[in-house]
Every structure is written in C-alpha cells, then in structure tokens.
Design a protein around this ligand. Sequence first.
Ligand SMILES: NC(=O)c1ccc[n+]([C@@H]2O[C@H](COP(=O)([O-])OP(=O)(O)OC[C@H]3O[C@@H](n4cnc5c(N)ncnc54)[C@H](OP(=O)(O)O)[C@@H]3O)[C@@H](O)[C@H]2O)c1
Length: 274
Amino acid sequence: MSMSIEECQVPRQSKPVPDTPNNVLEQFNMKDRVVCITGAAEGIGLAVAEAMAEAGANIALWYNSNKAAVDRAEELSKLHNVKAKAYQVEVSSPEKVQQAVRDVVSDFGRLDCLVANAGMAISKPILEQTVEEYKRQFEVNVDGVFYCAKYAGEVFKAQGRGNLIITSSISAHIVNVPVDQPVYNASKAAVTHLGKSLAREWRDFARVNIVSPGFFDTKMGASERVVNEGLRMTPLGRQGHVKELKGLFLYLASDASSYQTGSDVVIDGGYILP
Ligand SMILES: NC(=O)c1ccc[n+]([C@@H]2O[C@H](COP(=O)([O-])OP(=O)(O)OC[C@H]3O[C@@H](n4cnc5c(N)ncnc54)[C@H](OP(=O)(O)O)[C@@H]3O)[C@@H](O)[C@H]2O)c1
C-alpha cells in the first residue's frame, strides 16, 4: 500500500486478463486438470473428489486410515473416464506429505489444485484437554495444512500456476456452541489466516481460497449431544449434505473463480447469521 499521495501516483502495469473461456459452463470444465484431495475416503473430501471427477479432472485421493479411498478411486475412474489414484498419507508427517506430492506429480505429470481438507477434532474444554490432545489437533489441522501448502506451493511456483483450497470451518469465525472446543476453533482460525496470507504471498503464480462449512452430516458433523442446538441455530433447519459443497469447491478449483483469491466462503445454512 502507498504511504503518501506522491507514492500512489507511481504508474502501475495492469496484469492481463487470463485466457479462460467466456462460456460459464466451459469455465467449470476440469478436463486434463489434476486435483489432489486430502481426507478423500469419505465425507466432504469424497464429495470434492466426486465433483472434480464429474467435471473431468484427474484426481489423487489421499487417505490416512480409511482404505475405502482405494475403491472410491477405482469407481470414480471408471464412472467418469478419468485417471484416479489413492495414496496413503499421514498429513502430520512433513516427509510423507513431501513424498506424496512428488508421487502425484510423477504419476499425473502436474498438479493444478490441492484441497487441504483432512482434519480432526477432540472437542473438549481446555481444562479437560490434555497437552497431547492439543498437540495432535494442531499437528493434523495446522501442521498438516502447512506441509500440504508448502510442498504443493513449490510445485505451483515451478509450474507458474496452481490453486490451493483449505477446508476450514465456521468454528474459525465463531466460538461454536454448545460444546467448548477452543483448540479445534483455534486450529481452524490458524489455517484460515494462513490461507489468506498465502493468497498474497503466491499472488504471481497461484490462487488460495478457504471454505468454512457449518454442520455437514459426516463423521465430523453434529454429534448426538450437539445436534439439537445445531438445528436450532441453523435458519435452514438441517445439517448440510456433502453434495451441497460440490459446486463451491468446483467453482474455487476451476477457471470460473479466476478473479477470486484470499476469500473465505462460509457455507452453513445461515448458522453464523445471528
Ligand atoms: N462435517 C462438518 O460439520 C464440518 C464442519 C466444518 C469443517 N469441517 C472440516 O471438514 C474436513 C473434512 O471433515 P468431514 O466432515 O468430511 O469428516 P471426516 O469424514 O471424518 O473426514 C476427516 C478426514 O480427515 C482425514 N484425516 C484425519 N486425520 C488425518 C491424518 N492425520 N492424516 C491424514 N488424513 C487425516 C481422515 O482420513 P482417514 O479417514 O483416512 O483417516 C478423514 O478422511 C475437516 O477438516 C473438518 O474439520 C467439517
């Protein structure tokens, strides 16, 4: 930013508009693109993988413990005539993430988009949370996203193009209720701001955006003890279905969002409105 009127008179060269299709449906076409999704065996990550494959992208599905990713990759490959492969990757290990990014680039020839979606929660008040539980949530939710961003970012820079999408949460925006879970909330706030900061840092070669879901009906959705309050707080009166996230992730991964970077898109049935 300019610090004085004189400084802001310095002429600036506008960057060119990217050579993307004018037709909006063509803007969403992901044919020949390569998208890597973490936490892709089920839940939100699997819905994102489906969305990308349905739009024609080749997909790398990363999983940790859920080997169903291997079958899902095979199914999606056959169904949509795309290349799809599953990789076992513990995202809290920098070595494993670095190697897996290398493997994807070696197998697919490039990496257009990485969706850093893997996450976990041990939802407890801080006075009941052990130091180990605190560390584990940060290892997966923050360190894991950092490693994915760092090693995918190296590829994006070398390619001169790339796209990072981070699955954060409304818990990065609000102190969620009724369960006190300060550590999870803080871990998500950290990756939201990491993503915004990277959008600026990578301005010459990659876009970075954040998705902040409200309650979606997955393993990490509203538990039995939370669901009543979740429904009461949500103007649309229900948890989201993961199919309702597909359009947003596809939009952010595709040329349809070519002018969008650093955004944090809340998709929550109106939960954080009050
Ligand atoms: N559902 C919601 O209401 C909601 C709301 C806001 C934000 N989110 C966020 O959305 C993301 C996806 O969650 P989800 O709702 O789809 O629940 P989910 O089905 O339980 O997905 C979580 C994923 O994270 C992966 N993961 C966990 N620890 C990992 C590790 N150490 N290394 C690699 N992968 C690991 C899991 O992989 P494996 O199963 O293979 O171990 C799993 O696929 C999370 O980041 C979550 O915080 C969810």
